[in-house]
Design a protein around this ligand. Structure first.
Ligand code: ADP
Ligand code: ADP
Ligand code: MG
Length: 472
């Protein structure tokens, strides 16, 4: 087992990895920017190193991070998600410098990190992909011709895309002509590469993904599915396990397709194979994320498996002891991404100081967050500040539990997605499992109006209570 692990990340995921290391009795090294000096991941790690310059560059500095690992005597690096997690050069450089990279091989990452090469590989492996192109497109004329063949609506997508960026739906030729240069520019700005391609836009799809675990000896298992259809701007907000949409037969077929996808790239470590499922329940490979995912918590809750610990054990050369038939999923889990964002203002980030913070608790409630009273949320990073995950025996029980936990959760000083999620938990469509990736867009006004009303009710109730008190 490793002597010491350096965590090349920040925020809740850095803390999540430190927790796994503590349970495995492995000392940890945190890295942090100047603005992150007072964050929880720094406080909880055994050692911490400043890595600059500025708020972001240090977290992306491959060789500075490798130097810090060597200086502190770490023998492994966990990259978390975002930053360098899907950077094959980083994975290779760690290994070339005698450090274990807690993730897949550089080559698996290269194949799966590029959406076009991943599609080609999946076609080869017999995994169904979203109908579309196998090559990038370079001109509007070419794009228009392909779109006519595929049939509108189509999706323009950056081959290097991630985090919901570089994706545009085009309903007709006019939109295609308009969005083609915009998507190219977005791809260049976000990923340093303007390569884009085109695939069919699936109508009213569910985003359903399969969690994979693979060791160094070719043993691959999956831990079931998550439905991540509740999204804003192609980014997930709520995730559930298992999906309410698919039956056992499809679930099993998707599991097998995900195993085939992982095997096709000799995959090692935890990973996620994402699919779109259409209204007729046909499923199509979307992409593979070659890292730990934000929403891994819901799978941990229903499978009882600590995915981060498994990643560490696998990187240290240990075998996965479970066989596929040992994996049982129990109950239902829901995760809400508590973001410092204002849902009433187009989900604009709301950085600032937390003036009060009380976390929910009780049976079946889990928090993975990095905030506390007095913490100043910096404006430079992802707006995710906490993940609230609940588990219960039934779907209805999980919704009630989430509703109760959201009521208990108090975060003051900044606007968050909590009031918005409270309304979702009350919404009959959500409660009855009627949601696809258009849910937020089609329910936004109604949810925001309901949350406004709740707010007014609360103010009226407080005013009435004060009036009653002062009359005494
Ligand atoms: P998940 O797939 O785990 O749900 P998200 O898509 O929400 O993850 O992304 C998690 C974090 O990683 C976000 O901060 C996101 O911006 C970042 N991220 C994801 N993919 C990429 C990528 N290809 N390049 C850069 N950052 C990425
Ligand atoms: P990212 O790498 O940014 O996560 P994905 O390819 O996983 O990008 O797509 C993110 C989301 O965008 C999906 O979950 C889905 O909601 C939407 N999306 C992507 N491709 C399609 C498609 N072909 N048809 C319909 N929706 C799509
Ligand atoms: Mg994705």
């Amino acid at each position: 087992m490793f002597k010491k692990i350096l965590i090349a990340n920040r925020g809740e995921i850095a803390l999540r990895i430190i927790r796994a290391c503590k349970e495995l009795s492995i000392p940890t090294v945190a890295i942090h920017s100047e603005v992150d000096a007072a964050t929880l991941h720094v406080k909880h790690a055994d050692e911490a190193c400043l890595v600059g310059p500025g708020p972001i560059e240090g977290y992306l500095s491959i060789y500075r991070i490798i130097d810090l690992a060597k200086q502190t005597g770490a023998d492994a690096i966990h990259p978390g998600y975002g930053f360098l997690a899907e950077n094959a050069e980083f994975a290779d450089a760690c290994r070339a410098n005698g450090l274990a990279f807690i993730g897949p091989s550089g080559s698996a990452m290269r194949t799966m990190g590029d959406k076009i090469s991943a599609r080609r590989k999946m076609i080869e492996a017999g995994v169904p992909v979203v109908p579309g192109l196998k090559d990038p497109i370079t001109s509007i004329i070419e794009a228009a011709k392909s779109a006519d063949d595929i049939g509108y609506p189509v999706m323009l997508k950056a081959s290097a895309g991630g985090g919901g960026r570089g994706i545009r739906i085009c309903k007709n030729r006019e939109e295609l002509e308009k969005f083609f240069p915009i998507t190219q520019t977005e791809a260049m700005a976000a990923f340093g590469k303007d390569e884009i391609y085109l695939e069919k836009a699936i109508i009213d799809p569910h985003h359903i993904e399969i969690q994979i675990l693979a060791d160094q000896y070719g043993h691959v298992i999956h831990l079931g599915d998550r439905d991540c259809s509740i999204q804003r701007r192609h980014q997930k907000l709520i995730e559930i396990a298992p999906s309410l949409f698919i039956d056992e037969d499809i679930r099993q077929k998707m599991g097998e397709a995900a195993l085939a996808a992982a095997r096709a790239v000799n995959y090692e470590t935890a990973g996620t194979v994402e699919f779109l499922v259409d209204v007729e329940k046909n499923f199509y490979f979307l992409e593979m994320n070659t890292r730990i995912q934000v929403e891994h918590t819901v799978t941990e809750e229903v499978s009882g498996i600590d995915i981060v610990k498994e990643m560490i054990r696998i990187a240290a050369g240990q075998r996965i002891v479970e066989k596929q038939e040992d994996i049982f999923l129990r109950g239902h889990a829901i995760e809400c991404r508590i973001n410092a964002e204002d849902p009433k203002n187009n989900f604009i980030p709301t950085p600032g100081k937390i003036t009060a913070c009380f976390s929910p608790g009780g049976i079946g409630v889990r928090i993975d967050g990095n905030i506390y009273k007095g913490y100043e949320i910096p404006p430079y990073y992802d707006s995710l500040i906490s993940k609230l995950t609940v588990r219960a025996k039934t779907w209805e029980g999980a919704v009630e539990r989430m509703s109760r936990a959201l009521d208990e959760y108090v975060i003051r000083g900044v606007k968050t997605t909590i009031p918005f999620f409270k309304q979702i938990m009350k919404d009959p469509d959500f409660r009855s499992g009627q949601f696809n990736t258009n849910y937020i867009a089609s329910h936004l006004d109604q949810l925001n109006a309901a949350s406004e009303e709740d707010q007014i009710d609360k103010v009226v109730a407080i005013a009435a209570a004060i009036a009653a008190y002062s009359r005494r």
